[in-house]
Structures are given as structure tokens and as C-alpha cells.
Design a protein. Structure first.
Length: 174
């Protein structure tokens, strides 16, 4: 009986000291917490949060009121890869798209019907639609970051203008 108590006591003591040792080992002696900017950068997504289903994106757009940004591309398209690498991975563009749009990335071959309806003639093509599916803007081919950002901003401004006109029409009818 005494041996069992001693064994359990020793086992408990070993478990407790192992647990405490693991806790102490995981806490650094010197704080290596990142600076505020680094912490914010770590929290911000480093890439665009793409959807791959146009119907799901449209539903989300209707709920949030954000326009849909559709990028048509393909795995064989070199300029599509360049757009992804140089423009759609730029930190300012990533943040703006994630905060302002419902982004959708579609393969032009797999989503051929959507590409035909939206009259995609070359790759890459970006189409920006309002939640009501009004065309707000488009970009055909590869363009630099500054030009791409300009089209995005103009599309958002155009959506605001459309909303104001719709509100004005509703109040005139009353």
C-alpha cells in the first residue's frame, strides 16, 4: 500500500514538473513580440481572398453591397501569371480588393459560359460588376499596378453614382 502511494506521488510529481517545465520552456526569457506594424502586417491577408464560384460571389455581393471583381485567366496564360504575380499580389491592391470587392478568380475554359456572357475576348480579363450585375468597369490584358488601381477606383465611384441615381429615381416616383 505504501509503495502504491509513493509510486503515484512520484508519478504525479513527474507529471507536474514536466508540465511546468513545458510551460516555462514555451515562454521566452526575453520578449520577442513583434512591433505594432509587424503584428498588423501578420494579421492582414497577404493575398486576395478569392472565391471560385460566381453564384456564391453574387449572393455575397448582394448581401454586402460590394461590387464583384471577376478575374478570368488560365493556367497556360503567361500574362495571367504576370498579372497575378506583379499586380494582384501588390500589398496595396490586395488590401483594397479584399476590403472593397467580392473577388472571384475564374478559369476561362472551365467557366466558359460566364466568359461568353461577359464577352471575354482575351486573357487576362478583369470584369467589375455591381451587386445588381451592372457593368462598372473592365480591364483587358495585363496592365501595371497604377492603371489597375485607377480602374478599380473608377468602378467604385461609378457604383456610387449609380446608387445615387437609383435613389433619386425612387424619390421622384413618390
Amino acid at each position: 500500500m505504501d509503495r502504491r502511494i509513493i509510486r503515484f506521488s512520484v508519478a504525479g510529481l513527474l507529471l507536474c514538473s514536466a508540465a511546468m517545465g513545458a510551460t516555462v520552456a514555451t515562454k521566452p526569457a526575453v520578449s520577442n513580440r513583434p512591433a505594432k506594424k509587424e503584428a498588423q502586417a501578420a494579421q492582414a491577408p497577404q493575398s486576395i481572398q478569392w472565391l471560385y464560384d460566381l453564384k456564391q460571389a453574387h449572393r455575397l455581393s448582394r448581401v454586402t453591397g460590394r461590387p464583384i471583381l471577376i478575374v478570368f485567366g488560365g493556367p497556360w496564360c503567361q500574362f495571367c501569371k504576370k498579372l497575378d504575380r506583379e499586380v494582384l499580389s501588390h500589398p496595396t491592391i490586395v488590401k483594397y480588393i479584399n476590403n472593397t470587392f467580392v473577388p472571384v478568380h475564374l478559369d476561362a475554359k472551365k467557366d466558359e459560359r460566364a466568359a461568353q456572357i461577359l464577352e471575354v475576348k482575351s486573357l487576362p480579363t478583369t470584369v467589375i460588376l455591381s451587386p445588381e450585375a451592372d457593368l462598372l468597369g473592365s480591364v483587358e490584358g495585363y496592365v501595371a499596378v497604377k492603371e489597375y488601381a485607377t480602374v478599380l477606383k473608377q468602378s467604385v465611384q461609378f457604383q456610387k453614382t449609380l446608387r445615387q441615381e437609383q435613389v433619386a429615381l425612387k424619390t421622384d416616383r413618390r
